[in-house]
Write a protein that binds this ligand. Structure first.
Ligand SMILES: *Cc1c(COP(=O)(O)O)cnc(C)c1O
Length: 238
């Protein structure tokens, strides 16, 4: 955070931003003929302190996301015991961090390879927990930014569904750079539809961030991952 507001000022700012995002989601739902109750906004709190997460919780937020294991683990420990707060992990995940993430995350959005499925399953089993998983799709096939190409999605989905301690919830994607997000999110919805005959309960479509949540809602997203529009801009070096 660059601006140092008092605690009350920060609360007001977060409340105002949450309200603005809520209005954007409601307008996008109205335009798409969708019920806002079918769209969950996950607030991406990466780089912001656990004090902000606590204020968000007090303001009614129950879903927050992080993208780095070490940072997430610290915040979960600091906020241990906030009732009904769900932690989503949305970042690229190294296999050797899977056990750590499986011990606190409720949902991992970035499952993009079989080795990671096995590591998350082992980690969840060791922690005695069940972990929700989304298969992250690379919508332009450039897997350097995370995600598996669309052709590989059925195998990863099947592996998650077969894993003892994992629940397949659906699919996730980030809009590719330099492409109309509406078209890209449309492809994600098609991939979701193609997986559904084999996985009828895997209905989550996690898509849309601060800059493209309207396009995601129009394409059928069920979960939005919104950071900057709620918390403000992050330091650029991430
Ligand atoms: C940071 C991040 C977001 C939120 O992006 P904003 O532009 O701040 O809304 C969403 N998804 C993923 C995977 C992220 O890493």
């Amino acid at each position: 955070m660059t601006v140092h507001l008092g605690e009350d000022g920060r609360r007001e700012e977060l409340a105002r931003n949450l309200d603005a995002v809520r209005q954007r989601v409601e307008r996008a739902c109205a335009a798409a003929g969708r019920d806002p109750a079918d769209v969950t906004t996950i607030v991406v709190t990466k780089t912001f302190p656990s004090a902000d997460v606590r204020v968000l919780w007090e303001l009614g937020v129950r879903d927050v996301a992080e993208n780095r294991d070490q940072e997430a683990r610290g915040k979960v420990a600091e906020l241990h015991g906030l009732p009904d707060l769900r932690w989503h992990f949305v970042g690229r995940l190294q296999t050797n961090k899977a056990g750590s993430v499986a011990a606190y995350a409720d949902v991992v959005h970035s499952v993009d390879r079989l080795r990671l499925v096995r590591a998350l399953d082992r980690g969840a089993g060791a922690a005695g927990r069940r972990l929700g998983c989304l298969v992250q799709i690379s919508l332009d096939g450039d897997t350097r930014r995370g995600g598996i190409a669309a052709e590989g999605a059925p195998d990863v989905a099947a592996a998650v569904a077969a894993a003892e301690n994992l629940t397949l919830l659906g699919v996730m994607a980030v809009a590719p750079l330099g492409e109309d997000p509406a078209a890209a999110f449309g492809r994600l919805t098609r991939i979701s539809n193609e997986l559904r005959p084999d996985h009828p309960n895997a209905g989550w479509i996690s898509a849309g961030m601060s800059g493209d949540l309207e396009q995601a809602v129009a394409a059928g997203a069920t979960h939005l991952r919104v950071g900057a529009a709620v918390l403000g801009s992050r330091p650029p070096l991430r």
